[in-house]
Design a protein around this ligand. Sequence first.
Ligand code: GLU
Ligand code: ZN
Length: 283
Amino acid sequence: MAPAPLQRPYRGRIAPSPTGYLHLGHARTFWRAQQRARDHGGILILRNENIDRARCKPEFVEAMTEDLRWFGFDWQEGPDCGGPHAPYHQGDRHPLYRRALEALIDGGFAYPCTCSRKDIQSAASAPQGADDELIYPGTCRTASRSTLNPQTPTRPCWRFRVPDGEAVEFTDGAQGPQRLIAGRDFGDFVLWRNDDVPAYQLAVVVDDAAMDITEVVRGEDLLVSTARQLLLYRALGLPPPAFYHCPLLKDERGVRLAKRTAALSLRALRDQGESPPALRAGW
Ligand code: GLU
Ligand code: ZN
């Protein structure tokens, strides 16, 4: 009889961006992530997604760990240099993302794009995709590193060339079977910005793979991005994790909670004397 396949130990993560204070919506999604890690006897990682230095503020990083601890979160692994339970910081990991970008360029998956936002918006053939992102009209699709003119003052961003018409299918742990069509539901997406900042899609795939994450639990606003990311896993020759997308918390008017909803920041709730177990009741 063939031996039973070895189950990889469960490894989950929570990955906030320090662009503001965390609110109850984050806490609910993260709570599910923590719960799933515990239910599977696995571990949880905290990753500080501070890759966009202009938008991320150090005071929000400090607040992030403080607020998460207050709410009842615990994470079990961090970088060796950070001491116990320090989070990973994307800002420290640029070389890793750069190597992945180079591999994608060398493999013919990425091309340089010099279009401005205005160029893309004004292109007649730039409809919106399934998550309201504009579909890139493909103007620079045939460009490559060798066609880049070093004399041109405009620095390019790098885009991933999606396989037009291909159906990307996966089964989401919470939302069931998903099917998104490359080129229709989402277009060629940015891997590296022209201000030398790695894009979310690239950084998240590189990190989830490097950290050996077995299941990604996050908000359902990223469902379409999962299709983008699955294409990146394939292009990079990396095994993808499982995915579990949680419904987003809405306010009493049915509007999704955003970081601007200051009144529901974990900070404000704590100052008002709310208790985390009461806030989590029913989750
Ligand atoms: N850092 C991202 C955010 O705050 C989440 C990334 C992810 O979970 O994949 O929206
Ligand atoms: Zn372009």
